[in-house]
Design a protein around this ligand. Structure first.
Ligand SMILES: [Zn+2]
Length: 82
């Protein structure tokens, strides 16, 4: 996995979260936990957010498109330091 792409991916998540108002009170969500998980070679990211106003919890599910076609073995071969 290329770090730059991961950063872009996480960045775009925050944009989406910041632009999503709480469905109960219209407040802003605060990111509580960030987790990148892999299921059958598909990367997905479940981000738990809490409304800063009323405490309403919401989970945002993101899928990382840039790793969806990649199998685990080819990912390690990309890590060349020199
Ligand atoms: Zn709220």
């Amino acid at each position: 996995m290329i770090l730059n792409e991961v950063m872009k991916f996480v960045e775009s998540e925050y944009v989406i979260i910041n632009n999503t108002p709480c469905e109960i009170c219209g407040g802003e969500y605060i990111t509580e936990s960030l987790g990148l998980t892999f299921n059958n070679g598909h990367a997905s990211n479940v981000t738990t957010c809490v409304c800063e106003n009323c405490g309403n919890e919401r989970e945002f599910l993101f899928r990382a498109p840039f790793v969806s076609q990649t199998d685990p073995e080819s990912q390690t071969s990309k890590e060349e330091l020199n």
